[in-house]
Design a protein around this ligand. Structure first.
Ligand code: UDP
Length: 477
């Protein structure tokens, strides 16, 4: 790279989903606090959702980083079209939406990056893009940028997808139907069963779908990155990370969402309108409430919802259940059994979205039924709340393996194929009290300390972050 002078200026582009936007936003603040100029890019649709949920208003142009700027950080903000009108249903039309992300979005990104650079030519520029994008190497090369890839999930998932060729050579991609073969040849990855692979490595996957092309295209693309950041903690996945670092410079800098403990640089990062549950939670005894959420995207079916609802009632536990309007894939909006809503009385709160960290940090919360999204797992560990795992798709089955089999901080929701109310109730009881519960709580305390230590001044994530900054500097000088 030729010698350049001026301020380090990073252009950051997240994948347009909640589980990516939050870590990207926190990384942006962390970098800005370290002296970087940041230009943060949201899609127009994400901007619209953030405006509605955080300001109840999308008519005026909101700049989500204005507070950060008041705190002295040089954070700029711009938007880019994802090619569809606001009312277009991006979940219902996922294939078409992703196809367009593959085909049309890169052209718009190229133009936007060109404009940003033109408006600030004296800066040294970096591109920090989500690992799921397929265009960063091309754009970085065209504009002579350092290409940083940010992976917001586990290093285990990264490593499996990164070594797809090895899976193919060993006849494990696609795996045979119902196989439970052990995969024990991926560098730095302990033996893992084919049943614990990500959904996009599952049997009979159609390799022409946009999902497949995005995921595996991304893992070819990332081989061109100059640096790769992972939102995990070295001590949790050290062997996997060290093996990956042999291939490309890799830095574990998580859990990035908990860096900004001072909250002086708050930014809006929730796509959905939140309900406040603090008063309700404060009225419940410590450790008595179960929190149930399947994250921002997962869809399930009405039958599973019904079994969980009945299981909650049988267990007699207090609960907060996040039931998004699109939690089932049909257009049926009334997904909960009618008697259930009458029967819960003050035992349960059903809401479409909450501030999850506020809920998990409340002493009344004693357990979490989660779909095993990586942010949710990190947040649960951070607040020491053990989990019941109900993985549905993408990386979630692989994350479940870490939580239940390796770290022993959670249990499975169902051991059979389908969810039944009796099993749900039994698992809830085991999670909330008794011997299993005690064991899980002991283990999660240890994990919590690992996460919190990682963010201390001499902790591993701080050290990797500093090392990343040094290596970045060396690359541009
Ligand atoms: N979340 C939230 N309120 C809710 C449900 C989820 O704030 O009611 C947040 C949660 O804290 C997490 C993110 O949404 O940071 C979901 O990310 P995750 O990786 O767990 O799952 P995804 O939505 O990507 O499947």
């Amino acid at each position: 790279m030729e010698e350049r002078r001026g301020k380090p200026h990073a252009i950051m582009i997240s994948f347009p989903y909640q589980g990516h936007i939050t870590p990207f936003t926190n990384l942006a603040i962390k970098l800005a606090s370290s002296g970087f100029v940041i230009t943060f890019v949201h899609t127009e649709f994400v901007h619209h959702m953030l405006s509605q949920s955080n300001h109840n208003d999308s008519s005026t142009r909101v700049d989500f980083f204005s507070d950060a700027r008041k705190s002295g950080l040089d954070m700029r903000y711009t938007t880019i079209s994802d090619g569809f009108p606001m009312e277009y249903d991006r979940l219902l039309n996922l294939e078409e939406f992703w196809e367009s992300l593959l085909r049309d979005f890169p052209v718009r990104v190229d133009e936007l990056v060109g404009n940003i650079i033109q408006s600030d030519p004296s800066s040294v520029h970096f591109l920090i893009a989500d690992t799921f994008y397929l265009w960063p190497a091309r754009v970085a090369k065209k504009y002579n940028l350092v290409n940083v890839s940010f992976w917001t999930e586990t290093s285990l998932v990264f490593s499996i997808a990164y070594h797809l060729e090895l899976l193919k050579e060993n006849d494990h991609f696609p795996p045979k139907e119902n196989s439970e073969d052990s995969i024990n040849y991926i560098p730095g990855v302990q033996s893992i069963s084919t049943k614990d692979l990500m959904s996009y490595c599952a049997a009979a996957i159609d390799t022409t779908t946009p999902e497949y092309r995005i995921v595996f295209g991304a893992f070819e693309e990332v081989k061109n990155a100059d640096f790769i950041l992972h939102n995990t903690v070295h001590e949790l996945e050290s062997e996997t990370l060290l093996a990956l670092d042999q291939k490309q410079p890799t830095y574990a800098i998580g859990p990035i969402n908990f860096y900004d403990s001072t909250k002086t640089t708050a930014v809006a990062d929730s796509l959905f309108l939140k309900s406040d549950c603090t008063e309700w939670l404060n009225s419940k005894p410590p450790g008595s409430v179960l929190y149930v959420s399947f994250g921002s995207m997962v869809q399930t079916n009405k039958q599973t919802i019904e079994e969980i609802a009945r299981g909650l009632l049988i267990s007699e536990v207090n609960f907060i259940w996040i039931v998004r309007a699109d939690i089932v894939s049909s257009t049926d909006t009334d997904v909960l059994p009618t008697e259930f809503k009458n029967d819960i009385k003050d035992k349960g709160l059903i809401i479409p979205w909450c501030n999850q960290n506020e809920v998990l940090s409340n002493p009344a919360v004693g357990g979490f039924i989660t779909h095993c999204g990586w942010n949710s797992i990190l947040e649960s560990i951070w607040f020491g709340v053990p989990m019941i795992c109900y993985p549905v798709t993408y990386d979630q089955p692989t994350n479940r393996k870490l939580v239940v089999d390796d770290w022993k901080i959670g249990i499975n929701l169902c051991d059979g194929i389908s969810v039944t109310r009796v099993e749900v109730a039994d698992k809830i009881k085991s999670l909330m009290s008794g011997e299993t519960s005690y064991g899980l709580r002991q283990e999660i305390k240890k994990m919590r300390k690992i996460l919190q230590d990682a963010l201390k001044i001499d902790g591993s994530s701080e050290r990797y972050f500093d090392q990343f900054l040094k290596d970045l500097k060396a690359k541009i000088l």
